[in-house]
Design a protein. Sequence first.
Length: 132
Amino acid sequence: MELLETQDPEKKKLIETSERHKRELEKEIHEMSDKTERAVKNALIIGGTLAVVYLAVRLASGTKKKREKIKGVDVVNEEEDDQEVYASAKKSYTPSFLSQVGERLAAQATAMVLQVAKDKLAEYISKRNEQK
């Protein structure tokens, strides 16, 4: 069978063209899978970084205690009580040094992560434009 295919020059040319197209398609698929893998890794890194920063800020700022509600109190009294508690908490709240540092670190880390994301997105867009 191969003997007949190799003897006919037109068939030989078609087979070579087919093989060349097959190699090109495999190369393109490999490149696309590499790009997708890099994009997923970048997304995981950025997401992980944001999660770590969020957890660090939550731990640094401390947890807020929930106020227990007493059963059997009128709705009007609860609203007045809520307003009084809110006003007193607003007056007495002074952020600790650690929570201020945590907030600043979170803001800077978020800015850095957003900058990296912006750079990666710009790089991706420029590569897409170059391909077109």
